[in-house]
Design a protein around this ligand. Structure first.
Ligand code: ATP
Ligand code: MG
Length: 443
């Protein structure tokens, strides 16, 4: 992409309405634009990151054996009356009528609808286990939408649902989700700690939230600092292996880590004092096992081995896809701007032409641009007629992990500069060496 043709409405000043750094930087970097309270347009740069996050979520769900599907955003109230949640959900649910006067709503989550699909088609234990998920827009009429996409009213969420014959099978599904979520966040450059949580309006006994530690997080968290030493390290997992998933769950959830809703001061005191931490966190996901709550209410039954009809055991699992864009920025930025982890960066690298219009510099940049694209990467080439300082400031603000800087002086000696956004370290090298180095980072 050439910056001269890109829609990147960068703001020089800090927008007054933004209270936290991710919101500020997303507005300044031209990633989003608010259209109503808690409702945003995703501009080209922001959409790229959102789509990269979405892609990682899809890939990791597929690896765990879960199937993607898509349900509508607008649902009829009927199913929600059947489950009893139409009245329970309260003011967060956006309700309206269609032209025939029928009660409709914008989906805040989809347990009812998926259970309806299930009960219409599945009758036997032979069709289980089954886990399906979607990545779809949700609407919750939050009382205080704030912090940009972190607490929106309209937001993008992965929601998955498992159907199992027994509690034991459903707990394996729970463990499998925990493991796949750990992988998912790690690929985004995030450490998200599973913490024992409260189930809220979804209901159920077993639930963990995944929290990214950040001063601006809305949840108060209590944990043993030993949990921050745990790392998944891209391990290859057999998701069908019940023992393997169980042991990873134990590895990541045995040490004390809880949100304020489930915090137990007496238990916390058993953690050695120097490891006892009280901090704040951003909830980027949650997994639930809720047993037969919805299957009983909606009659989602299957025949078991003995030919008896039994309600299925279920769980649901969510990842805040749009919230993650903000959470990643909260976890990775400096005073100049965003620092994208390589796994989610909107462009793989930037090319800065220090002297646009200089025949040699232009030719060198074009050549870099084409070679990187031919290698399957997406560079963002700043080919505008602007001074170098402004170009650097833009690149730092939008946070691409690598910057290739090309100028007539370097080219005389056959070199360009390669700089890492995170380390701030820059090195001179030949264009070929720089290209190889960038390609190697993304292989
Ligand atoms: P919260 O406690 O932050 O209101 P929740 O527990 O109600 O969230 P879930 O039903 O668990 O949310 O939804 C799954 C995920 O969707 C959450 O972990 C969070 O990352 C994301 N999410 C929930 N509400 C919002 C929102 N208003 N804006 C953006 N993301 C959200
Ligand atoms: Mg939650």
């Amino acid at each position: 992409m050439r910056l001269s043709r890109y829609f990147l409405p960068v703001l020089k000043e800090n927008p007054a309405e933004a209270q936290i750094v991710s919101h500020r930087l997303m507005l300044r970097a031209g990633m989003i634009k608010q259209s109503a309270a808690g409702i945003y347009s995703w501009l080209p740069l922001g959409l790229k990151v959102l789509k990269n996050i979405e892609k990682i979520v899809h890939e990791e769900q597929e690896k765990a054996g879960h199937m993607a599907m898509l349900m509508p955003t607008i649902q009829s109230a009927d199913l929600w009356r059947e489950s009893g949640r139409y009245d329970d959900y309260g003011e967060e649910m956006l309700r309206f009528k269609d032209r025939h006067g029928r009660d409709m709503l914008f989906t805040p989550t989809a347990e009812e609808l998926i259970t309806d699909i299930f009960r219409g088609h599945v009758n036997s234990y032979k069709d289980l286990p089954l886990t399906m998920y979607q990545i779809q827009w949700k609407f919750r009429d939050e009382r205080r939408p704030r912090f940009g996409v972190m607490r929106g009213r309209e937001f993008y969420m992965k929601d998955g649902y498992n159907f199992d014959l027994t509690k034991e099978d459903a707990l394996h599904a729970y463990n499998r989700h925990l493991v796949s979520y750990l992988r998912t966040y790690e690929r985004m450059g995030l450490q998200a700690i599973p913490m024992r949580a409260d189930s809220g309006p979804i209901g159920g006994d077993d639930t963990h939230e995944f929290l990214v530690l950040a001063e601006t997080g809305e949840s108060e968290v209590f944990y043993d600092s030993a949990v921050t030493d745990l790392s998944f390290g891209g391990r290859d997992i057999n998701f069908d292996d019940v023992k393997e998933c169980q042991s990873i769950l134990e590895e990541f959830t045995t040490k004390y880590a809880r949100t304020d809703e489930t915090h137990d001061e007496a238990l916390f005191r058993e953690v050695p004092e120097e490891r006892r931490k009280v901090a704040r966190g951003i909830e980027v996901g949650q997994i639930f096992y809720f047993g037969t709550k919805y299957s009983e209410a909606l009659g989602a039954m299957v025949q078991n081995v003995d030919g008896k009809k039994v309600p299925v055991h279920m769980g649901s699992h969510g990842i805040g896809v749009s919230r993650l864009v903000g959470a990643i920025i909260e976890a990775s930025h400096d005073d100049k701007g965003i620092i994208w982890p390589e796994g989610v960066t909107p462009y793989h690298c930037g090319i800065v032409n220090l002297k646009q219009g200089d025949a040699e510099a232009d030719a060198a940049c074009e050549s870099l641009y084409n070679q990187l694209r031919n290698a399957g990467l997406e560079p963002l080439y700043d080919d505008r007629n602007e001074r170098a300082g402004g170009k650097f400031a833009t690149m730092d603000l939008i946070g691409l992990p690598w910057r290739l800087t090309v100028g007539p002086r370097g080219l005389k000696n056959g070199v360009i500069e390669l700089a890492g956004r995170k380390t701030g370290v820059s090195e001179e090298m030949t264009p070929e060496a720089a290209i190889q180095k960038v390609i190697a980072r993304y292989r």
